[in-house]
Design a protein around this ligand. Sequence first.
Ligand code: FAD
Length: 390
Amino acid sequence: MSDNQTPMITLAGGGLVGSLLALILAKKGYRVEVYESRPDLRRVDISAGRSINLALANRGIKPLEQLGLMSKINDMIIPMRGRMVHVEGETATLQPYGQHEYDVIYSISRGELNSFLLTEAENTGLVTIHFDSKISQVDFDTNQLSIVQGEHSQTVSFDKLIGTDGANSVVRDAILALNDNSQLSVDVLDHSYKELHISPDSQGQHKIDKQALHIWPRGQFMLIALPNQDGSFTVTLFMHTQGETSFATVKDEATINAFFDAHFASIKPELENLVGTYIENPTGSMATIKCGPWNYADKGLIIGDAAHAIVPFHGQGMNCGFEDCQSIAEHFPAANEAESADWHALFANIAKLRKPNADAIADMALENYIEMRDSVIQDSFLQKKAFAFK
Ligand code: FAD
C-alpha cells in the first residue's frame, strides 16, 4: 500500500507493453510508477534502429478497443489487406488476409504508438514516468530497486513490481535467480535484419500499393516493406548473419550494389540512398526467449518481451505483449479490492494463462520465417490463404 492509501504498482520499462499496462492499471485505480531507461521519446528523437513501424493485429487491437483507443489512433494506422508477394520476374500477387474488407491488419509507427500510450497513461493523473532511469538491480528480499539516473543512483521501494523491460529484462533475471527450478532458453537466430527506406513520390504519395505488406521472398533471405503515414515505406532486409551471402559479406558499396542488382533489381531504384542507409543503419539480431517462472511469489511478474521475446516473422511480439496486458485487465482486481486479493495466485495465474500461448506463437513465428522467405514462392502455396503477419 502506498503512502496515500492508493495501492501502487511499479513497472520496469515504459516501452509499448509498459505504457499500455500503466494505462490499464491506472484505469483500475492503481497509482503507477514507471522507470524507463531511455529519455522521453516525445521530446528526444531516439529512433533505436529497431523496427520503425509494426503490424498491429487482432490480439493487440482487442485491449486498445476495450480502452476506447482505436478511434483515437485512427489517423495513425494504415490498413493492410494482404501480403503482396513480389516473386522475381513475375507480376506481384496479393494474398488477402481474409475474404472481407475488414480482414486487415494495420501498419503503425512504433514511436507514435508508444508516445500516444505514454500520454494517455499520464493523462489519468495516476501514472508517473521516470525517464532516463535505468533499473540496475532488483532486490525482492528488501523490495528495493537500484536506479541509475545519469551520474546519480538511488534506491526506491516497491510493493508489486511488473517487468515490462523487454528482451534483456533485469526483472526476469532477478525472478529466475530466486527459483531453484527456473528455466531460461535464449535462442539467437542465425539471421539478422537491417532497415532501409522507400521515400514518397514527388506528390508525397506511396510509390507501391500502400494497403499491403510487401514481401520479396528469395529463399535464404527476403525483403519486406510496411507503409508509413508520410508516403514512405520502412523496408527490412532479413538475411544470414554469417556465411556466403550474409551481412558479413554484403557490406560495402560494391557488394551491396551487386547483391541488390542480382536479387532485388525491381525495387532497388526505389530504395533511398541504398548504400549509405545500408552501411549507416545497425544490423539487428533476433532471438526467441522462453523462461519460467514468470512470477516471484506475490511481489513480481514479467510480461511482454521480458517473458517471451519472439522473432518478428508473425508480426506478433507486441500483439502478444498487448494480449498479456489484456489478461491483466481481466484478472487483476480494482484498486479498492487490492488489499484482500491473493496476489501470489493472481500473478501465477497470468503466467499459467499466457505462457502456453506465448510459447506457441514463438514457435509459429520461427516456422513463418521459412514460409515467408521460401515456401511462399511456390505456386501451390500461392493458392492458399495468406496468414503471415496476422
Ligand atoms: P520493448 O519494446 O523492448 O520495451 C522495453 C522497454 O523497457 C524499453 O523502453 C526499454 O528502454 C526499457 N528498459 C529496458 N531495460 C530497462 C531497465 N533496466 N530499466 C528501465 N527500463 C528498461 N511485434 C508486432 O506485434 N508486430 C510487428 O510487426 C513487429 N515487428 C517487429 C520487427 C522487428 C524488426 C523487431 C525486432 C520486432 C518486431 N516486433 C513486432 C516485436 C515488438 O517490437 C516487441 O515484441 C515489442 O517491442 C515488445 O514490447 P515490450 O514493451 O515488451 O519491450
